[in-house]
Design a protein around this ligand. Structure first.
Ligand code: URA
Length: 422
């Protein structure tokens, strides 16, 4: 097989054969196909798309490039959740222990953040002592004992995707439905069968900015999951506005703890409970109400066990940034817009995110929001508190937030959090 023929075929609009796909993924993983050749092929896929058979074959070739996990020996239903990435998205933190309360296995394998969206592992890293790099033996032992773990996805899962995702990131080929769908689903399928809820974010802070585009991505991923024997549902959820009132690692852990204590912002609680209901329903536990696990402290108890088993000190204070600055409302009115993307960018500039993989994160850095769409504010009232260890970053973060907030004369109509289901 010749890689040039494969590139030509896709460049000229043909569907790739199964043999071509298996060969090119295997050869790329082994370094036989060079980065520049794969970049050309990724761009041809970006421009000309792939049909359902091609995406399915491409996904399974990436699954087969590495290891597959199998939790069936644990003898309980396995549930997975994946978010396509948003601002202030700390849902996995309360969700994992809520689910674990109901006697299911929750191997929540996560990644680190790049750009304006935060990663679950970066958030948990702000807990002193906590470690996410569990060996397979540690992961299985913890799941057997308490049913729940949030850990780093091992490098053995879908290594072809790891290499290809890094390449796409630097060649303008991330935002294509076949490439995003195969990337996400190759990792989920490698994590083993069970039930899966995909939280597909829609809005200015997400990859997908329209409901139609998000529905298409959701449809392709649901088909891939279903074909692989996973009971898969996609929820399309609003990411025009950040989730909750915080964006930044320790700030988000603090907010997750409020939710686990039975309080917290209503949108974070609603999405946590909605996804828990979907997953529990999918494994035949539709008669329980997951909101009860938050209200009665069982989810908090399990959180404390989970963090402790992974070396974290649940009673240690979380990092606090050395400096804060408040941004105030310019006028009286109802907030009718608070854009997610500028808040994510501001948090990132304050030190909550990284521009390159090797950058260090300031755990206490980020943005705290004091008002959300639907709230009435008066001129001079605090809208944001910016947190950072480096005060020279304030201006750059404030610049990102200029224009992020819209005001109306009357109370705006509420936008639903869940915009669709596939
Ligand atoms: N997340 C992934 O894992 N892959 C993509 O392509 C996009 C988001």
């Amino acid at each position: 097989m010749d890689v040039i023929d494969v590139i030509h075929a896709k460049r000229d609009g043909a569907a790739l054969t199964g043999e071509q796909i298996d060969w090119v993924i295997d050869a790329y993983t082994k370094g036989v196909v060079a980065d520049e050749q794969m970049a050309a092929l990724a761009m041809a896929i970006f421009l000309n798309g792939m049909n359902r058979e091609e995406v399915a074959r491409w996904t399974m070739a990436m699954v087969n490039s590495g290891d597959r996990l199998d939790f069936s020996s644990l003898g309980r239903p396995v549930v997975h959740k994946h978010s396509s990435g948003g601002v202030g998205d700390k849902i996995s933190l309360p969700l994992a222990p809520v689910l674990g309360v109901y006697d299911v296995v929750v191997p929540k394998l996560s990644g680190r953040g790049l750009g304006h969206t935060g990663g679950t592992l970066d958030k948990l890293d702000s807990i002193p002592g906590w470690r996410g790099d569990l060996s397979n033996e540690e992961l299985f032992a913890q799941l057997d004992e308490i049913g729940v773990a949030i850990a780093a996805a091992g490098s053995g899962l879908a290594p072809a995707d790891k290499k290809l995702y890094a390449l796409r990131d630097t060649t303008g080929t991330v935002a294509a439905v076949p490439l995003i769908a195969s990337s996400i689903m190759s990792k989920k399928i490698a994590e083993g069968p069970g039930a899966l809820v995909l939280d597909v974010k829609v809005g200015n802070g997400a990859f997908m900015t329209s409901v139609e585009a998000a529905a298409e991505l959701g449809r392709v991923m649901v088909d891939l999951g279903t074909d692989a024997g996973i009971n898969t549902v996609a929820l399309l959820t609003n990411m025009d506005t950040p989730l909750g009132l915080t964006a930044g690692n320790a700030l988000e852990v603090r907010e997750a703890l409020e939710v686990l204590a039975g309080g917290g912002p209503s949108d974070v609680v609603e999405l946590t409970v909605t996804i828990a209901r979907e997953l529990l329903g999918a494994v035949g536990k539709g008669d329980v109400d997951p909101a009860e696990a938050l209200a009665d402290g069982r989810a908090m108890d399990l959180w404390r066990k989970m963090i402790t088993m992974q070396g974290g000190d649940v009673d240690a204070p979380l990092a606090i940034a050395a400096h804060t600055e408040v941004i105030r409302a310019e006028r009286d009115g109802w907030i009718d817009r608070l854009e997610a993307l500028p808040v994510g960018v501001a948090a990132w500039r304050l030190g909550a995110g990284r521009a390159r993989k090797e950058d260090k994160i300031d755990p206490g850095a980020g943005v705290e929001m004091h008002a959300k769409p639907g709230d009435r504010v008066s001129a001079g009232q605090p809208l944001f508190t910016l947190h950072t260890d480096r005060p020279d970053r304030f201006q750059h973060a404030a610049d990102a937030l200029a224009g992020a907030v819209g005001y109306a004369e009357s109370e705006p109509e509420a936008t639903p959090l869940v915009l669709g289901r596939v």
